[in-house]
Design a protein around this ligand. Sequence first.
Ligand SMILES: O=c1ccn([C@@H]2O[C@H](COP(=O)(O)OP(=O)(O)O[C@H]3O[C@@H](CO)[C@H](O)[C@H]3O)[C@@H](O)[C@H]2O)c(=O)[nH]1
Ligand SMILES: [Mn+2]
Length: 364
Amino acid sequence: MASLPKPTPLLKDELDIVIPTIRNLDFLEMWRPFFEQYHLIIVQDGDPSKVIKVPEGFDYELYNRNDINRILGPKASCISFKDSACRCFGYMVSKKKYIYTIDDDCFVAKDPTGHEINALEQHIKNLLSPSTPFFFNTLYDPYREGTDFVRGYPFSLREGVPTAVSHGLWLNIPDYDAPTQLVKPHERNTRFVDAVLTIPKGSLFPMCGMNLAFNRELIGPAMYFGLMGDGQPIGRYDDMWAGWCIKVICDHLGYGVKTGLPYIWHSKASNPFVNLKKEYKGIFWQEEIIPFFQAATLSKDCTSVQKCYIELSKQVKEKLGTIDPYFIKLADAMVTWVEAWDEINNNKSEETTSTKASEVAATK
Ligand SMILES: O=c1ccn([C@@H]2O[C@H](COP(=O)(O)OP(=O)(O)O[C@H]3O[C@@H](CO)[C@H](O)[C@H]3O)[C@@H](O)[C@H]2O)c(=O)[nH]1
Ligand SMILES: [Mn+2]
């Protein structure tokens, strides 16, 4: 009997899935029912001569370091090498409105009833429903089925604001920093909390890039995962840096950021000693970085994400540059990123041919 056509998933042609990787992508087999109808952008880190195996049946473009250098030229210097921060290149070259990014050691989790969680579907629901950053709703996400705004919630605020970011969580291996990993090597996150919260305006948060979705048209140019990895003094702060920048800008422009559902199953604990080395300077630098972002204000003529981001980069250079020359380099890289973003996105053309596409072309 002929099989029924698969239902078309939400935002099928408006969303790209970005995966940073140094390994074969067998993990996609578990995600196949949820991902197969979406386009993937694979950012291959490390040795570009290594062949990354992608399971059959997925529609993807793959970019390695040679592609990044070819497409961006000197501006490739803002894209990290030998760090998952390279994933932001995928955000830049995407032509879609929405992005979902996931690590290749993240698998489908189960909710308390044993049902497999379609993380992408939940992120899409989060992004397509408003956020409430200006007044906290104590019954969590008022736009979910079976709940609403509670008594005393101002009606003038119930329309909410557009949601720019949906930050998902992780069962099993939690995204702990190295010191916590060292002190609690066997701790696993088994707690499934059935909630989606808007992060209030004025509050920063530690954004993890492992299970993250965002509206590229609202906040894409600010979603730069800072300079990490090869040649850099810190690692594992790429997503944190992006999270602090986008939250200040979302607060300024009146966009929302949500955290909570969906969960993924994070399977692999990276080496805590390697992580400690990467994080070491960040652990004490962040005691000065956080007050900087908490106090950061953007002028009223910062009416676009790009203008906000350039303004923020100037403040980074001026106020964090005294901590370490790294922040001067990072501030410059923020400007390079925005320039590259605008170049690539204002003239979407054959320039962004990926390795896979160029291989196909070579066979013609
Ligand atoms: O040099 C590298 C190392 C890894 N990758 C790819 O990036 C992701 C995350 O790698 P991994 O799961 O090994 O690392 P974690 O410590 O669990 O990742 C957490 O730290 C954040 C990195 O800042 C990350 O977002 C968190 O999840 C995998 O897909 C690797 O293949 C890489 O591209 N380059
Ligand atoms: Mn991991």
